[in-house]
Design a protein around this ligand. Structure first.
Ligand code: FAD
Length: 546
């Protein structure tokens, strides 16, 4: 299969010239899923994103493709069934990127549901989610639990459970779905913002958009318009003058990242906190990340930050469960904060609000979707496009939804023997040349079989004495040519996640990457220093220095 190349200039030319069947506003996982669903059924699709793809919540989640055990507590059986069954499908579409992860659930005398209720609950979870026999929940005795995780405070532990989840990289999953939509003919562009909507006889027929690089204003025409802007969805509904009835309630969730040796958990763990909430600690590469919180948020969406109080809450939770660890704020290497676009319900606290998605149809036929999960993106997209087809294209012959069969780039194993041998040899070569194993591991996790393309360019670089830098340069080449990377944070946050999980390598290589990007895009001195200063701000925020 040819790897898709995202080309912004040709997408923008099409945005100006064509009338589309569907215009999607928002390039998070929801918009990406809708673009792929629509394009693969045969519709002519445009997608615009005001910042980078996955800039919003879709790069700031817990990065799990999960059945949502907590939704069982809220008795949301339908949601557990849908997202639970979706996990295995999404894993099948991108096995390199959606990786099975056994989760340990310690059971405590005075916290949580208790041993028997958890055992029954997890059995129900496996049943609803259709979990394969070998992956079904396993209940552990007290001593098995403490052996599985020796860092646990032994007092009060009654036993434990192991159950199946999947971990992923949310932003990479989003970009791969965007790339798949392009393979199916979608025209997509990042850094293009919807500024207002266009109407014809009271019906929405497109949007006036601004190219944020050139400041050019463009009219994009479409038969149907979908608002998939997550936490910004009410702003687009307000543009449409249809913001009435149900509204969004944004809640903030933060994660902190510490060096693996500071919290060397043996596996991912999901544990109770004294206030009744539950928290994940998940090993990833040379780090462990911990999250999340759930607090009401009333600030601007673009300004959501991790506060020291948020971080301290997570640290206290870890120290209470793993007392020998004794984390402090000084251990936080990186962090991120995201917003859940939930639907407001009178009298409910943030934690009690449903995570279900909801579709709003306005009198002008604007379709807005909000809520939901990363995990459920495919089904959400199917529902939206079913509605779009019912409203506008019922007479057109279109394919049924088949996104469960569209493999994402990177998922192909290097099939032929020779290719597989080359691939293994190249990896061994990287190791031998001194590239840190965690960087190689993250290359494979992030890019899967696309790593071969990245590694092919490696030998072309002049300075063969700096293998880590060479590898980054190859990844950058790939991302600039095929993944619409335009800023330092596109690269360090949303294409490689290095700013979260290997911030030292960002500090080491930021000048080099900035120089390379300046070369690609002919940045002048002002743009270089603007890019560097934006990246430095993001680094300080992630390290809780600002
Ligand atoms: P977003 O990702 O926010 O995308 C909306 C996009 O619209 C943004 O990129 C924004 O820039 C763009 N936009 C806004 N206005 C405009 C405009 N005018 N023009 C053009 N573009 C515009 N789900 C899971 O399944 N697993 C998890 O582990 C998980 N953990 C989570 C942890 C936290 C802390 C949070 C907050 C959420 C978590 N979720 C999880 C939920 C999941 O991350 C979200 O449901 C999902 O990412 C929402 O995606 P979205 O595309 O709807 O919104």
């Amino acid at each position: 299969m040819n790897l898709p190349q995202l080309q912004r200039t040709s997408a923008i030319t099409k945005l100006k010239a064509q009338e589309f069947d569907v215009l999607i506003i928002g390039g998070g996982i929801t918009g990406a899923g809708i673009a792929l669903d629509a394009a693969s059924r045969g519709l002519c699709v445009a997608l615009i994103e005001k910042s980078d793809f996955a800039y919003g919540t879709s790069s700031r989640s817990t990065k799990l493709i999960h059945g949502g055990l907590r939704y069982l507590k809220q008795l949301e059986f339908g949601l557990v069934k849908e997202v639970g069954s979706e996990r295995a499908i999404v894993h099948g579409l991108a096995p390199h990127l959606v990786v099975p992860e056994k989760m340990l659930l310690p059971l405590h005398e005075k916290k949580g549901l208790g041993y028997w209720l958890t055992s029954v609950g997890l059995r129900l979870y496996d049943f609803l989610a259709g979990v394969k026999a070998e992956d079904q929940r396993k209940m552990l005795t007290r001593s098995q639990t403490l052996k599985s995780e020796p860092l646990l405070k032994p007092e009060g532990i009654k036993g434990g459970a192991l159950y199946a989840e999947y971990r992923t990289d949310d932003a990479r999953l989003t970009i791969e779905i965007i790339k798949a939509s392009v393979v199916h003919g979608a025209s997509v562009a990042n850094y293009v913002e919807a500024a207002s909507l266009i109407y014809d006889q009271g019906k929405v027929t497109g949007a006036k958009v601004i190219d944020r690089f050139t400041k050019e204003s463009i009219e994009v025409k479409a038969i149907a318009v979908v608002n998939a802007t997550g936490p910004w969805a009410d702003e687009i509904r307000a543009m449409d003058k249809s913001l009435s009835g149900k509204r969004l309630q944004l809640t903030k969730g933060v994660h902190i990242v510490v060096a693996r040796e500071r919290l060397p958990v043996m596996q991912a763990i999901y544990f109770d906190v004294d206030d009744g909430r539950m928290i994940f600690a998940i090993p990833r590469g040379r780090t462990t990340y911990i999250g999340t919180t759930d607090t009401s948020y009333a600030g601007k969406q673009d300004e959501v930050r991790v506060s020291k109080e948020d971080a301290q809450y997570l640290i206290n939770a870890v120290n209470s469960m793993f007392p020998s660890v004794d984390l402090s704020l000084g251990d936080v290497e990186s962090s991120w904060a995201g917003l859940r676009p939930l639907i407001h319900e009178d009298g409910k606290s943030p934690t009690e609000l449903s995570r279900k998605d909801e579709i709003f149809e306005s009198p002008s036929c604007l379709i807005s979707i909000a809520g939901g999960k990363l995990t459920g993106y495919r089904k959400m997209a199917e529902r939206v496009i079913n509605l779009v087809i019912k409203n506008h294209f019922s007479r057109r012959t279109l394919l049924a939804c088949h996104t469960d069969k569209i493999m994402l780039a990177g998922s192909q194993p290097p099939l032929e023997k020779e290719k597989a041998a080359n691939h293994t040899a190249m990896l061994a070569d990287l190791l031998q040349r001194g590239v840190p194993p965690n960087l190689i591991q993250s290359l494979l996790l992030n890019f899967g079989s696309q790593s071969s393309v990245i590694m092919k360019t490696l030998t072309a670089y002049e300075d063969q004495n700096n293998p880590e830098q060479n590898l980054l340069e190859s990844i950058l080449d790939f991302c600039v040519q095929r993944e619409m990377v335009f800023t330092l944070s596109d690269f360090f946050i949303r294409r490689t996640a290095l700013l979260y999980f290997d911030i030292t390598s960002v500090l080491t290589h930021r000048e080099f990457v900035a120089a390379k990007m300046a070369n690609y895009f002919s940045w002048d001195a002002t743009r270089i220093s603007q890019e560097q200063s934006e990246l430095n701000t993001l680094i300080r925020q992630a390290r809780l220095e600002d």
